[in-house]
Write a protein that binds this ligand. Structure first.
Ligand SMILES: NC(=O)c1ccc[n+]([C@@H]2O[C@H](COP(=O)([O-])OP(=O)(O)OC[C@H]3O[C@@H](n4cnc5c(N)ncnc54)[C@H](O)[C@@H]3O)[C@@H](O)[C@H]2O)c1
Length: 246
């Protein structure tokens, strides 16, 4: 499975699943454009994939600043045809319907739905013109199950599935596939530091494979969907959850 000759844009590439995607894609020959808001982690990852012999452009930005996002995306377009887009960056603002504040709700919708839409609008025309492209959106099992106390996150993760399926229908004739992956519990820095142990134990108890995923296990599936081998797969929402919620 090779990604040689392709340029992949990965959001949230500084750590976790995004970092694993950067390293996995680099190992398969892709050159990379990496976005993250954290300058320290992003420069480490950019250095790491540069050492692997890949060309890499990285930009530090808050993706939810849409004007800045468009400006940086326009700059990225100048380096060549970006024909793989991985919409991965995300964050959570937990809360029930009673407690969630509108500001937090909208921030979560912005990073998980509006930012991916904006990047799709910026890069899909180039992919369609080239007759080949891959868009992979990182959703969550919560996008299909909902999550107690996760009203914003679950709504946003369902939204990105709808966006995935709609864009897939628009551009299939042009050789562009659009898919979503739905990770289950994955061992990323945010999960390690922010999620209560008892909550993790409950999810693992309900996961047939009996453990959480390593970020690379999710990145491998994303790399497959980005490859020529996945040429007849589009519009799917694929759980990578160890059997949790399927
Ligand atoms: N880890 C899990 O268990 C899990 C489960 C299901 C879905 N997901 C989804 O997978 C994706 C990656 O998750 P993760 O656990 O690796 O996350 P993470 O928090 O470990 O890393 C997210 C990265 O995105 C960056 N980022 C966040 N907001 C940004 C912004 N506004 N602008 C620029 N960069 C920003 C962060 O700086 C960070 O580097 C997310 O969309 C998340 O919702 C994760």
């Amino acid at each position: 499975m090779s990604l040689d000759g392709h340029i992949a844009l990965i959001t949230g590439a500084g750590q976790g699943i995004g970092r694993a995607c950067a390293v996995t894609f680099a190992s398969k020959g892709a050159n990379l454009v990496l976005f993250d808001k954290n300058p320290e982690t992003l420069s480490k990852v950019a250095h790491e994939v540069g050492e692997m012999g890949r060309k890499v452009m990285s930009d530090v930005l808050d993706l939810t600043n849409l004007e800045r996002l468009q400006e940086v995306a326009r700059k990225a377009r100048k380096i060549g045809l970006i024909d793989i887009l991985v919409n991965n960056a995300g964050f959570d603002r937990p809360g029930t319907t009673a407690k969630i504040e509108k500001k937090g709700f909208e921030e979560v919708l912005s990073i998980h739905v509006t930012v991916p839409l904006t990047l799709i609008q910026m890069f899909l025309p180039g992919m369609r013109a080239a007759g080949w492209g891959r868009i992979i959106n990182v959703s969550s099992v919560y996008g299909i199950t909902g999550g107690k106390g996760e009203v914003a996150y679950s709504t946003a993760k369902a939204g990105i599935i709808g966006l995935t399926k709609s864009v897939a229908k628009e551009c299939g004739q042009d050789g562009v596939t659009v898919n979503a992956v739905l990770p289950g519990l994955t061992r990323t820095p945010t999960i390690e530091t922010s999620m209560a142990e008892r909550y993790k134990k409950t999810i693992i108890a309900n996961t047939p494979l009996g453990r959480m995923a390593e970020p690379e296990e999710v990145a491998n599936v994303i790399a497959f969907l980005a490859s020529d081998e996945a040429s007849f797969i589009t519009g799917i929402a694929l759980p990578v959850s160890g059997g949790w919620a399927v």
